[in-house]
Design a protein around this ligand. Sequence first.
Ligand SMILES: Nc1ncnc2c1ncn2[C@@H]1O[C@H](COP(=O)(O)OP(=O)(O)O)[C@@H](O)[C@H]1O
Ligand SMILES: [Mg+2]
Length: 269
Amino acid sequence: MGETPAALAFDAVSCTFISKDDPGQRYTAVRDVTLAVGAGEFVSVVGPTGCGKSTLLNMAAGLLTPSSGELHVFGQPLRGVNARAGYMFQSDSLMPWRTAARNVMAGLEFRGVADAAAQADEWLKRVGLGGFGDRYPHQLSGGMRKRVSLAQTLVLDPDIILMDEPFSALDVQTRQLMENEVLDLWAAKKKAVLFITHDLDEAIAMSDRVVVLSAGPASHPIGEFRVDLDRPRDVAEVRATPRFVELHQAIWDVLREEVLKGYRQQLAA
Ligand SMILES: Nc1ncnc2c1ncn2[C@@H]1O[C@H](COP(=O)(O)OP(=O)(O)O)[C@@H](O)[C@H]1O
Ligand SMILES: [Mg+2]
């Protein structure tokens, strides 16, 4: 019997953007990234703004093809859109002309699932929005819209969940509620999660493993830390534990210089 393949694997993946106006202008965002997320594992990737986090996530979703290297999904080479993955982006991706329930239902309808409405209803309840199914996105708060997005992603029962700074626009309290909710839902189903964030506290509080990316260009993992904090975790409470503080210190030691580099690059740009 062979080893169980990772849910998601980047194998020596690079991505170079070529300017449409001037093909001589190239920018290598990420270079030679090798990184795997096991089935049921929660992995966060942290790195300074502009280092290539979204680029990695877009490649994992199959929305962007690597310039070199390859991705594997449960052992199979990824070609085209990643059908095993559900994703949640930084900005809302709700359809403003559809109610919350019909937003959650959309993917199921597209797949021709018969009881789409009942499943959507069930998921709205699970994310604390029972009774809000008839509301339109503009009638919901930012936190509620995020919950709808979460239900929309999870209702499809993806084996891999890709999240790109999903809660960065929320206030601290709402954000912590959502983080705890995601952890509860994850604990119940144990899907593979690739969670992108620039917030180290969030990364540690949520994850089994934190991967640190270098500042760009040619960003790549420069550190990897196993988070051995007990679960279930409360993201607010866990931050006060000595082990959290220790991990934070160790990871920040690696991340600090990259954040400064990223900051200097932004000033120079
Ligand atoms: N389509 C694109 N064309 C050219 N450059 C891009 C494109 N997408 C991203 N980049 C550049 O690649 C780098 C990484 O971007 P991104 O992955 O969005 O960073 P992050 O998500 O870490 O903030 C940035 O310098 C960005 O300007
Ligand atoms: Mg990004």
